[in-house]
Design a protein around this ligand. Sequence first.
Ligand code: GMT
Length: 370
Amino acid sequence: MKIGVTCYPTVGGSGILATRLGVEFAKRGHEVHFITYERPFAIQGGDPENVHVHLVSVLEYPLFKYPPYTIALASEMFRVSEQQDLDVLHVHYSIPHSTAAHLARQMSGVPYVVTLHGSDVTILGSDPSYLPVNTHTIEEADAVTAVSRFMANEAYSRLGLKKKISVIPNFVDADAFAPIPCSENGLRNARDVVITHISNFRPVKRVHDLVYAMKMVSRKAPGARLMLVGDGPDRISVERLVKRLGIEKHVMLTGFRSDVANVLNCSDVVVLCSETESAPLTLLEGMSSGLPVVATNVGGIPEIVEDGVNGFLVQSKNPEAIAERILDLNADPKLGRRLGEAARKTVLERYTAEKVVGQYLEIYERVTNG
Ligand code: GMT
């Protein structure tokens, strides 16, 4: 099959997921054409076999306060559809991709599939500035998928969608993220628990809550370490809070790391304290690495984490609750190992490429034959 894929190439989990998915299709012999404004981050090193990248160019003009990216994208989708004889276009994150795909289908006849990921529904998609067109072009798609049941329900209630939405979960490379002994001496020798948080430091991630929790943890577990991996709008204020609370020696802000699997192998627990989240990849990566997770009971998280079985769910905006669970794990390493083993099992049963990729291919088969 010849598949066109559009996503945000360099920011956010939706782009990472879309790129991983494209690479998995290519491994299975399909031809994949990414249509994006930059080379997707996960294939910076070059095109794997069967993968091609088509960059969208947007002509600037003094008259334009807002360059019309959607037209440029639709034009490139149309061009690639015709030149490569695509069977299907798959767009990740509906704004503005479903609108561009709708235009491209009108011109080329190529069906399109939309995957809903997060704020394209919960924040932006329901804003009046986007709602009518975004909802219309999702409703008109040949198939719609969402990365969690939560996301599908949000689309029905916030966008008023009527169309059937297939829930297909996100996935992780369970070989790349596997339980392997730590190779970083500094961390391996930590006397207490090593906690890792990975995010884009957007306000929705509420990283400050974790810093407050860490202050409480450090009082009872003076050898505990928190690794804050990633970067984004809240990074500077998080760094200031760490200093204000006087916990610099407990918290390391690492910035972006290309060796996330290695960081996880040197950790004891992954923490995510977002106020909403549809299907976070960082939890899947931690769980796949055999780690217990402490995560807020919001959005699609309870579809992945079962409290007390493969991790802990805590109330959002509650640093005390986060600290309490981290301290439980610190006090009882056996508990951490039991939850971590169950977490790995959850991933192997439900969130690997083998379990997920075929579900998308079935949808492509359906829309191309129908
Ligand atoms: O919707 C967003 O805020 C951004 C989006 C992205 O592109 O990273 O994140 C969403 O999609 C990811 C991939 O499916 C999910 O892992 C994230 O949970 C989801 N973010 C939110 O729901 C806040």
